[in-house]
Design a protein around this ligand. Structure first.
Ligand code: GUN
Length: 288
């Protein structure tokens, strides 16, 4: 039996419609939410992602400030730009597109962002709150995955979930979000032994490797009726692909996300939602 497609475009549109309503309420109060993005260097994939984020902001009525910085920018110069955006009252959210060029430090960069403008949820403050069930700003891809489960009424309680990623942007926040829902979570990474066996025991697999030369999730690796969320995205033989072949995996899975059109649109939609949350956190501070 063929499983059900988890369509990121449809669910993202629902999130965007909610965001649009909240924006019109802000606009009634004379506030127009604004997201500042920082893109460093010439990574074509990153440039496309940032462009998509700008287009989505425009679609819902969020203004943007676009900072395209030269590959050679120093950490000191980058810090100064982040400090200025932190101080700029017209900016509600700040996003530094990752990955950074090698000479820049990811932790120093992301942790410099004001926690109330941290739309990626990457600052130690927001990551810490998430681990204590108190998060307000959560990384966009993990919260997008949770919206997908919600939309399909997929109950996570007691489920065995395998995460194939341990990054600050995906694996770690997802771990906390899933455990909060009473799932049992195993995190796999490049040094994990017996990944096939671990995947085969899972009710749900969330894979985010993004490199077909290193990892492919095949139908043989999942159990019948497992749920597969494919966060991996990369170019392989000229095509945009995930960590698995959707058409093959959906023959065995009960639910699965396609690539493209799965988790990708959710990441963008949740960024819009986070910009609204950051706007309200900022205005709360302004009122104090
Ligand atoms: N690079 C890939 N995904 C993301 C994301 O969600 N946020 C940022 N800042 N960079 C990314």
């Amino acid at each position: 039996m063929v499983g059900i497609k988890i369509d990121g475009k449809i669910i993202a549109q629902i999130v965007k419609d909610r965001v649009k309503k909240e924006i019109s309420e802000f606009k009634n109060q004379g506030i127009t939410p604004c997201l500042a993005t920082i893109l460093i260097g010439n990574n074509p994939a990153s440039a496309t992602y940032v462009k998509n984020k700008h287009n989505a902001c425009e679609e819902v009525g969020i203004t943007t400030k676009d900072h395209k910085l030269d590959e050679t920018i120093t950490q000191h110069e980058l810090n100064k730009i982040i400090d200025e955006l932190n101080e700029d009252a017209s900016v509600n959210g700040i996003l530094v597109q990752l990955p950074l060029p090698k000479h820049l430090n990811e932790f120093d960069t992301t942790s410099r962002i004001s926690p109330v403008k941290d739309v990626d949820g990457l600052t130690p403050h927001n990551a810490g709150l998430l681990s204590m069930k108190k998060a307000k700003l959560v990384a966009c891809t993990p919260s997008g995955v949770m919206e997908m489960f919600d939309y399909h009424h997929i109950d996570l309680e007691g489920k065995d979930i395998v995460l194939i990623n341990r990054s600050n942007l995906v694996g770690k926040p997802l771990y906390h979000l899933l455990v909060e829902k009473n799932a049992t979570v195993i995190t796999c990474h490049s040094k994990t032994k017996n990944i096939e066996k671990i995947c085969h025991s899972a009710d749900i697999i969330i894979t985010a490797v993004g490199d077909r030369t290193k990892f492919i999730l095949t139908p043989e690796m999942i159990k019948e009726n497992a749920i597969v969320i494919d966060v991996g995205i990369s170019k392989f033989k000229g095509e945009l692909v995930g960590d698995c072949d959707y058409e093959k995996i959906i023959e065995k899975a009960s639910f699965a996300t396609p690539v493209p059109g799965g988790v990708g649109p959710m990441t963008v939609a949740m960024l819009l939602k986070n910009t609204i949350i950051a706007t309200s956190l900022g205005t709360q501070i302004g009122r104090q």
